[in-house]
Design a protein around this ligand. Structure first.
Ligand code: SF4
Ligand code: F3S
Length: 104
């Protein structure tokens, strides 16, 4: 499956959710996750993310985030329609260590 990684935090462009054939994106306050158990590995969401936050779980980056995606996909609500990014997205999009600073 594909998963969402740290770069999404405080960005939430949400272009990804529009293309998923199985609607397996879930929305938290500061980031989205993919339910890796519902993802059919089609790969169409990966190039849609302007922040390049989506990775296959077989990559090092994706592998580090799969358990967080799985855990929060059980808790957060499903999202299937694009919505506006936070107004301050440009301030955060290239920042490091966003998980420790902002994850919620
Ligand atoms: Fe959805 Fe395909 Fe992305 Fe998986 S890889 S989350 S099925 S769009
Ligand atoms: Fe996040 Fe990228 Fe989707 S920033 S909301 S993974 S388009």
């Amino acid at each position: 499956p594909y998963v969402i990684t740290e770069t999404c935090i405080k960005c939430k462009y949400t272009d990804c959710v529009e293309v998923c054939p199985v609607d397996c994106f879930y929305e938290g306050e500061n980031m989205l996750v993919i339910n890796p158990d519902e993802c059919i590995d089609c790969g169409v969401c990966e190039p849609e993310c302007p922040a390049e936050a989506i990775f296959p779980d077989v990559t090092e980056e994706g592998g580090r985030w799969i358990e967080l995606n799985r855990e929060y996909a059980q808790i957060w609500p499903n999202i299937t329609r694009k919505k506006p990014s936070p107004p301050d997205v440009d301030q955060y999009k290239d920042e490091d260590d966003k998980f420790n600073k902002y994850f919620s």
